[in-house]
Design a protein around this ligand. Structure first.
Ligand SMILES: [Zn+2]
Length: 262
């Protein structure tokens, strides 16, 4: 009986999964509260670093911090000064298949949002419309220690053309990558690969994904059944199956007794 319930849970879960992860080890932050800082190096976004920090706060409360089944909460930290490397250097040493992080840009803890104007590898002219590149670039085992969000700060970037509400959802999307999520194939998701005109709440696939990485109590919501209950249920099931045979044998004994008595 227990194995049957386990199987049913498995089928339910596997049929509803669609989200993907942005690393191969299902890495996630170990702490419940992930602090997001913003570098003071943006020049072409049309908004200040403190305004971006405000968007982080709004994005957290509007999206990721609404999930009751997730233990993870994002918190807007502060505007910080960082080395010019964060603006000038490429995010990945290699982009063939997977990203090999540039260790010069390793984030010590939490999430750092930086502007980046590197136009050879990160944001060349052919990638002008790319909004940002995000990667957990400090992973230890299955734990994300630090993650980097690099917003495209080309002078002709398309981020600056977005409404504030869209900027909030863009940042929330990148923060989803920062905490371990990949893209979702489900259109009605914040983690859908492309920006949709209006996105003001998470989709079910976002909730599934963040709950998978940061389960608050029991993953997937499947309950447990005790071994004792399982045995009792199995015994009762066996009795039901054997009842015709038992009844037949009893009836034969009674008839034999009556026959010999007569
Ligand atoms: Zn994305």
């Amino acid at each position: 009986m227990r194995s049957l319930i386990t199987l049913l849970c498995f089928l339910h879960v596997s049929s509803s999964f669609a989200f993907s992860l942005n690393n191969t080890v299902s890495a996630s932050f170990s702490q419940n509260e992930v602090v997001v800082n913003v570098a003071d190096n943006c020049t072409n976004l049309g908004v200040s670093s403190s305004e971006i920090l405000s968007m982080v706060s709004d994005g957290a409360s509007q999206f990721w911090n609404t999930v009751s089944t997730s233990r993870m909460r994002l918190r807007a930290g502060s505007v910080v000064t960082v080395d010019s490397k964060f603006y000038n250097e490429k995010i990945c040493n290699s982009n063939t298949g997977s990203c090999e992080p540039n260790t010069n840009l390793t984030v010590g803890s939490g999430v750092l949002i930086t502007c980046n104007g590197e136009t050879t590898t990160n944001f060349p002219a052919s990638q002008r419309t790319v909004l940002a590149i995000t990667i957990p670039n400090n992973i230890s085992g299955t734990t994300i220690v630090g993650a980097l969000v690099a917003i495209n700060d080309r002078s002709d970037n398309v981020f600056q053309d977005k409404s504030r509400a869209q900027m909030v959802s863009i940042i929330a999307h990148e923060l989803g990558h920062a905490v371990g999520l990949g893209h979702s194939p489900v259109t009605d998701s914040l983690m859908y690969y492309t920006l949709v005109p209006v996105r003001d709440s998470l989709g079910w696939d976002d909730i599934d994904g963040i709950t998978y990485l940061y389960p608050k109590e029991q993953p997937f919501g499947c309950g447990t059944i005790s071994q004792v209950d399982s045995k009792a249920a199995g015994f009762a099931f066996m009795l039901i199956l054997l009842f015709p045979l038992i009844w037949f044998q009893l009836r034969k004994l009674v008839l034999r007794f009556l026959h010999s008595a007569s």
